[in-house]
Design a protein around this ligand. Structure first.
Ligand SMILES: C[S@@+](CC[C@H](N)C(=O)[O-])C[C@H]1O[C@@H](n2cnc3c(N)ncnc32)[C@H](O)[C@@H]1O
Length: 141
């Protein structure tokens, strides 16, 4: 596992596209692509004593953000950088008490990062072709 990139994907078609892109880029040997629900793949990684990872990028089903962050902490070391994508959501993250599951997931990510003393984090806002959004970035101490 050392030096490898691990990527987790639920959808077999998306995994197939990713695999073919890794092949075209000549990096297949360096990538461990696991197909299935990420929480199951993350449990397997922990059971294998995988990691610690230098960088963990979370960009899947947003309601599970806190569960992914919790798994990420188990796979981290001091200095690991954790990024959680799509946490601004056109500003909805700050608007009222909406019950949109993705917005709730974004808020949960900030609550997790703010509530864990081992994490220092902030949010970077982005504006582009896909609109107004952003990512949370945190470092493990
Ligand atoms: C926004 S895309 C990720 C894009 C990727 N970060 C990139 O830059 O190309 C989200 C992906 O998460 C996958 N996904 C959704 N729920 C998942 C789950 N429970 N476990 C693993 N992957 C999941 C989706 O199939 C989708 O391919």
């Amino acid at each position: 596992m050392d030096g490898k990139i691990v990527t987790l994907e639920l959808d077999p078609h998306h995994a197939k596209v990713a695999r073919s892109n890794f092949e075209r880029a000549g990096v297949s040997e360096r990538v461990d692509l696991r197909v299935g629900p990420a929480l199951e793949s993350l449990a397997a990684l922990s059971a294998e004593n995988a990691g610690p990872f230098d960088l963990i990028f979370i960009d899947a089903d947003k309601p599970n953000n806190p569960n992914y962050l919790s798994c990420a902490m188990r796979l981290s070391r001091p200095g690991t950088v954790i990024i959680c994508d799509n946490v601004i959501r056109d500003g909805a993250v700050l608007e009222g008490d909406g019950h949109d599951a993705n917005v709730v997931g974004a808020r949960a990510a900030f609550s997790f990062i703010g509530g864990d003393k081992r994490l220092d984090g902030t949010a970077i806002q982005t504006v582009g072709a896909k609109g107004y959004d952003g990512f949370a970035i945190a470092i493990v101490s």
